[in-house]
Design a protein around this ligand. Structure first.
Ligand code: MN
Length: 141
């Protein structure tokens, strides 16, 4: 698994801010401005985590989540929803849909990187989960 994080976000300003903060913290960033491209890049790059906007122009974030979590090779990649949906119940809906974490917009530049890091699988866990032996054990779905 690379140190690349994939950001799926259609708003250029949000993309810029997240990319800026994460690159400053030493990550490489791959960018997708829609869900289709995001899924393609996830397959190609096997990123360490995916930051996912929910309101996207083509497929919405729930559809992206669904597709990634149904893919045997991709489902162990942590997905962090980054969204301004502030209505009651959305957090739960997003986590129920398979996201591993949730960060609310507008993002807080002081805390964003630490929040993202807290959702990354440790190297050991990644190796254990990624060895392809298919013993079926997963810490969380
Ligand atoms: Mn959006």
């Amino acid at each position: 698994m690379s140190d690349t994080l994939l950001i799926i976000e259609d708003n250029a300003q949000n993309m810029y801010m997240m990319k800026f903060l994460l690159e400053k913290a030493g990550f490489s960033i791959a960018e997708a401005e829609n869900g289709k491209k995001g899924i393609e890049l996830a397959r190609k790059l096997n990123p360490k985590a995916i930051l996912l906007d929910i309101q996207l122009p083509d497929m919405d974030g729930y559809a992206v989540l669904n597709e990634l979590k149904q893919d045997t090779d991709l489902k162990i990649i942590p997905i962090v929803a980054v969204t301004s949906y502030a209505m009651a119940g959305d957090r739960e809906k997003i986590l129920d849909s398979g996201a591993n974490g949730y960060i609310e917009k507008p993002i807080d530049p002081e805390r964003f990187v630490e929040s993202v890091k807290s959702y990354l699988i440790s190297e050991t866990a990644a190796k254990k989960n990624g060895n392809g032996n298919g013993n079926g054990s997963r810490d969380r779905e």
